[in-house]
Design a protein around this ligand. Structure first.
Ligand code: ADP
Ligand code: MG
Length: 712
């Protein structure tokens, strides 16, 4: 007890006196304490969460020299400069510095004069260097960007893989020093790989902070040709800007930026949208200009390929749109994570369709060439070194194909390339390692596909993907799965009476059994001819969203063949459903039509299904969308002058209420709901209840105040 109390005091004192911070951020203290107790640990927290402090503070508390291994010179220089500015004794050794500096750093290290020594992993390959380090054991070893160790990680670095080999010599003795591995991105597979590669002893895992409460995630199937219109439609609303749009190709990025700049006025939006493209094909000055202008608020929208965002530190990004499927969930999470850094509500949209799979297959083949290509290059190699150009000619591959193949061979040890551009043969083991990695990439994409069709809360799915199982059971409440009624891009309609009857029948069919397969269910209920497979699945998805049932993927074997199927089970809520209290069901009905094809044909005639859908005003200024059925003519929800005045009063009240309750404003009332209140001016609690987004609890809490504003 006493010891823990002491270490707490020591850590808090150092936090203030050395770093000048008043408080720990979430989880920092627990991590520091574990390190101080000498535990090996893996720390996975998002970028910007404050991981560096988690090794720096215990390093100072433990004394001695902390050895920090970092993959990028820029990262090393940045951290070293910050620590030096705090008055700490720091040295770096990397290829960007001259020999004299490196030599002095070694001397200082051996004399125990340093608190931090930063090195690049390849330094350990320099003969004599690991032995030099081992002469005086470090007090703590930190490995930053530790996902580089794993070939499952997206930045795999062969030199990182060697680390595990050198660590034992640096940490032997009666009191082994703690090894801390830090990263912002590691799936459970990568986490396991890091632990085993580094030979961590009884490690503690800290995996935290992936949930972002102010991000409402939406995923919608949008056919390729309709995406430009949908994106222009979304971003016509100034409240949805600044925004980043991620495009899948340079061409798409430029085209979209042009559409946005041109399309704004024809959309009737207030003024121009300032949009620009950003991709690796632009020259560095142009890229620099775009980035600076966006940062400064002179650009509203940047349409980028994945090259954008690393250096971006802009807190008020309201929207992130993916105009195509990302390759991995890690990349996707990093990109949507750029929205709403200021904590204000922000929305992200992922557009996908079947066509994305083809695009992706193309990229996969380009980035992970067939083993045959690597084989061609490998066969042309031998012990004597040859020029890269010579080898290229021998391989008979095209220039790009050759470069890719050689790059992969080198990463996996099949070829050695020196700085002068000479190549010699490496070992034979590359083939297996490469195949595993290519396979892994393909699986990563499968996960993205699964995510798009899943009926799980979007945020919970991401949190689970990053391995924070403990936090993954709580739904976010605001994504398109949790709260379909507020989805902007995805259109949901209320279930028809006939559909509700089927829902009731499904519930009865499942009562008293453990589960039924979806196919069996459809057959037993005699629905095979009546509903298409898609319609039936849509109904089941709606039931999952309403938490009436759970669906689990499963397999069975028949005649040596593995067959996939889906198990359907009733939940507690499903069990308690009675015919007299039918569930409110929202069924996915494609995309809101007002966004579809908008830029291309602004006055496109709407398809008509039937009349009588319920109309709901959408977020600030954008014309209404319909839930229920699509109407012949869109009804623009323009507020009158009096309506505007009421909306302003409501907003003021909402702000004050949010402050009082210490919650974000949208928790008190969504913009959409607020507009609907201003529009309909309810006079009594019953009328108030009819507005979407206002339930009995809201009436109870805020009814009097809202009605007061409406009638006053
Ligand atoms: P990460 O490595 O997790 O991406 P950093 O360690 O670079 O993040 O920290 C991000 C920023 O947060 C840095 O500017 C750092 O100084 C700051 N920071 C870290 N911990 C605290 C704290 N307890 N209080 C205030 N600022 C902090
Ligand atoms: Mg960091």
């Amino acid at each position: 007890m006493e010891k823990a109390g002491n270490s707490e005091g020591v850590l808090a004192d150092l936090l203030r006196s050395v770093f000048g911070f008043a408080q720990f951020r979430a989880n920092q203290e627990a991590v520091c304490r574990a390190a101080l107790e000498g535990r090996d640990l893996l720390l996975v927290m998002p970028t910007g969460a404050g991981k560096s402090l988690c090794y720096q503070l215990p390093a100072i508390a433990l004394g001695g020299t902390a050895l920090v291994i970092s993959p990028l010179i820029a990262l090393m220089d940045d951290q070293a400069a910050k620590l030096t500015a705090l008055g700490l004794r720091v040295a770096r050794i990397h290829s960007g510095l001259d020999r004299g500096v490196a030599r002095q750093a070694c001397v200082d290290y051996l004399q125990g004069a340093l608190q931090f020594l930063f090195i690049a992993p390849e330094r350990l390959r320099v003969p004599g260097f690991p032995e030099m380090l081992a002469k005086r054991k470090p007090g703590l070893i930190a490995i930053d960007e530790a996902h580089c160790i794993s070939q499952w990680g997206h930045d795999f670095r062969p030199d990182y893989r060697m680390l595990g080999r050198y660590l034992p010599a640096l940490r032997d003795g009666a009191n082994p020093v703690p090894v801390l591995a830090l990263t912002a991105t590691a799936t459970p597979a990568v986490q396991a790989d890091i632990l085993s590669q580094l030979g961590m002893v009884n490690p503690v895992n800290f995996i935290h902070g992936f949930r972002r409460d102010n991000l409402a995630i939406e995923v919608a199937e949008v056919p390729m040709p309709e995406r430009p219109g949908a994106i222009c439609g979304l971003l016509a609303d100034p409240a949805r800007r600044p925004a980043i749009v991620y495009a899948t190709s340079r061409k798409q990025a430029e085209k979209l930026a042009e559409d946005l700049s041109r399309g704004a006025s024809s959309l009737g939006g207030p003024g121009r949208i300032h949009a620009a493209a950003y991709h690796a094909g632009l020259n560095p000055e142009v890229r620099e200009r775009v980035q600076t202008a966006f940062q400064a608020g002179e650009l509203d929208v940047v349409v980028a390929t994945i090259a954008f965002g690393m250096g971006i530190d802009k807190a008020n990004i309201r929207t992130v749109i993916h105009a195509g499927l990302p390759a991995t969930l890690e990349g996707y999470y990093q990109e949507i994570g750029r929205a709403g850094r200021d904590g204000a509500p922000s929305r992200t949209y992922l557009m996908h369709s079947y066509a994305d799979q083809r695009t992706h297959d193309f990229f996969l083949n380009r980035d992970y060439p067939p083993v045959d290509h690597l084989q061609l290059v490998f066969r042309a190699l031998d012990e004597t070194s040859q020029r890269v150009e010579e080898l290229r000619a021998k391989s008979r591959l095209g220039e790009e194909e050759f470069d890719k193949a050689l790059e992969k061979l080198e990463i996996h040890g099949g070829a050695r390339v020196d700085f002068g551009g000479n190549v010699t043969a490496g070992g034979n083991a590359w083939k297996k390692a490469y195949s595993i990695q290519a396979q892994y990439r393909a699986e990563q994409f499968e996960k993205v596909l699964h995510y798009t069709t899943s009926t799980d809360c979007r945020m919970a799915a991401l949190v689970r993907h990053f391995g924070d199982i403990a936090d993954a059971s709580r739904p976010c409440g605001i994504c398109d799965v949790c709260d379909p009624a507020t989805a902007v891009l995805r259109l949901f309609r209320r279930a028809t009476p006939a559909e509700r009857e089927i829902v009731q029948a499904i519930v009865e069919e499942l009562r008293g059994v453990d589960y039924k397969a979806t196919g069996t269910l459809q057959r037993n209920l005699g629905l095979v001819g009546r509903l298409s497979r898609d319609e039936f699945d849509g109904l089941l998805d709606a039931m999952v969203r309403a938490r009436l049932i759970e669906i689990e993927e499963a397999v069975f074997e028949k005649d040596g063949e593995v067959i996939k199927f889906r198990k359907v089970r009733l939940t507690e809520t499903g069990l308690s459903l009675r015919a007299s209290t039918p569930a409110e069901l929202l069924i996915s009905d494609g995309m809101v039509e007002e966004f579809a094809g908008r830029a291309a044909t602004p006055a496109r005639k709407k398809k008509t299904k039937s009349a009588g859908g319920k109309t709901v005003a959408s977020v600030s200024g954008v014309p209404a969308r319909t839930i229920g059925t699509k109407t012949e003519e869109p009804v623009p929800m323009q507020l009158s002058a009096a309506g505007e005045a009421l909306a302003a009063r409501l907003r003021e009240w909402r702000g004050a209420e949010a402050k009082r309750l210490r919650v974000p404003a949208y928790v008190v009332m969504h913009d959409r709901t607020l507009t609907a209140v201003a529009l309909t001016r309810p006079q009594n609690p019953r009328q108030l209840l009819e507005i979407d987004g206002i339930g009995p609890a809201k009436v109870e809490k805020f009814g009097e105040a809202i009605l007061g504003l409406c009638t006053g």
